[in-house]
Ligand binder design. Structure first.
Ligand SMILES: NC(=O)c1ccc[n+]([C@@H]2O[C@H](COP(=O)([O-])OP(=O)(O)OC[C@H]3O[C@@H](n4cnc5c(N)ncnc54)[C@H](O)[C@@H]3O)[C@@H](O)[C@H]2O)c1
Length: 354
């Protein structure tokens, strides 16, 4: 099933007409402690469906995307007498939509749910595409199911209470989608002034961006082929995130994705002839926008080990990348050896002034 995504800055109306059309037996809205404060009051004032809904609350933060919270949400649905004809509305960032969608997909073997993402990362990535789940045994997204939302309502009006780091983190995923689209899409985003965004303009950019993910997911919901293009930049990003965590100075996922994309483009230049001037101007933009995470050649063994163990690498001992021949021309499952990766990391450090 292909998820319907509505892009609107009249969210309350969109929620009310969607709920009316679904004619549910009970509406349950899941928020976290931050969206309860910054988003829920506005929705309760403007939307009849949300005003009448039972509110389920979870604590904010990745550390709460766990089995205990999931059990509490199931209990809340059960105590609130939710039935298979009820609807759950997940209002929050990726943590709320991942966990809430999993709760809805499993409660009484599955009830309908709507995602209302309230972070840029949630809007561009987490709320769309059907991957739901929780962290378990210290492993991220270890347990979950693939189940597409019945509806996703995307609005930029929630983002004013996010800080610039959260905005930039989500923006990196938009840039990744643009990289999979073509040169015009990339230059549009690299020119855009996110620090001074206009709600409607950003909504249009988001609409283009989400469409990239949606069309890929429609072709390959279960991640067996073309969906892997969405891993662009992520092999290196996960390794940088792991290194940063170990140093006790974690970096936001999107920042690691932006830097990971630079490494990917260096490899793409070396192995696929990606145009040099595009690599240089992209690296410059990332450096100016996201800064740099300092790495030295002493970090290479650890980075390589993390890359080899990345769960997206299906063949043991190999590091698989999505590479680009040019903007909009991805090639999945490209195996790259350790020496070439080390050479790319050297060039990356030069480009980023490390
Ligand atoms: N399912 C997928 O395909 C997919 C894709 C990418 C990421 N994810 C998941 O998404 C999660 C990360 O998403 P995220 O960055 O949105 O994290 P998040 O949900 O933790 O949100 C970040 C912080 O912002 C707060 N917040 C949310 N909306 C707010 C608002 N409007 N104003 C002020 N504060 C607000 C949250 O309470 C939280 O403290 C991870 O768990 C990741 O695994 C899932």
């Amino acid at each position: 099933m292909d998820t319907r995504v509505i892009f609107t800055n009249q969210v309350e109306e969109a929620i009310d007409s969607a709920v009316e059309a679904m004619a549910p037996a009970g509406v349950y809205v899941l928020v976290d402690t931050n969206t309860a404060k910054y988003v829920l009051p506005r929705l309760q004032t403007g939307s009849k469906a949300i005003a009448a809904a039972k509110v389920l609350m979870m604590s904010a933060g990745e550390e709460n995307k766990n089995l205990e919270t999931l059990a509490r949400v199931w209990t809340g649905l059960g105590d609130g007498e939710a039935t298979r004809r009820s609807v759950m509305i997940n209002v929050g960032g990726g943590v709320v939509t991942d966990l809430g969608a999993f709760a809805a997909a499993t409660f009484k073997r599955g009830i309908r749910f709507i995602n209302v993402p309230t972070t840029l990362l949630g809007a561009v990535d987490a709320s769309v595409g059907g991957k739901t789940g929780i962290d378990f045994n210290n492993l991220k997204n270890e347990v979950g199911v693939i189940r597409q939302a019945d509806l996703v309502i995307v609005s930029t009006t929630f983002f004013r209470t996010l800080d610039s780091q959260q905005m930039l983190s989500g923006y990196a995923e938009m840039v990744k989608h643009a990289a999979l689209t073509g040169p015009e899409a990339v230059s549009r985003l690299l020119r855009y002034n996110l620090a001074d965004y206009d709600d409607d303009q950003l909504l249009r950019l988001l609409c283009e961006s989400v469409e990239v993910k949606r069309s890929v997911v429609d072709k390959d919901l279960n991640d067996n082929g073309v969906r892997r293009t969405l891993n662009l930049g992520h092999t290196t990003a996960h390794a940088l995130e792991a290194l940063a965590l170990k140093r006790g100075a974690p970096i936001a996922h999107g920042y690691a994705v932006a830097m990971g994309m630079v490494v990917t483009l260096v490899l793409s230049r070396m192995l696929k002839g990606f145009p040099s001037e595009r690599l240089h101007s992209f690296a410059h933009w990332v450096r100016e926008t996201y800064g740099t995470m300092a790495i030295t050649c002493d970090d290479y063994p650890e980075l390589l080990q993390a890359m080899t163990h990345d769960k997206k690498n299906h063949r043991a001992g190999e590091v698989m990348f999505v590479l680009l021949k040019d903007w909009g021309q991805p090639e999945i499952d490209q195996s790259v050896d350790a020496k070439t990766i080390e050479a790319a990391l050297d060039i990356y450090r030069d480009l980023m002034g490390i």
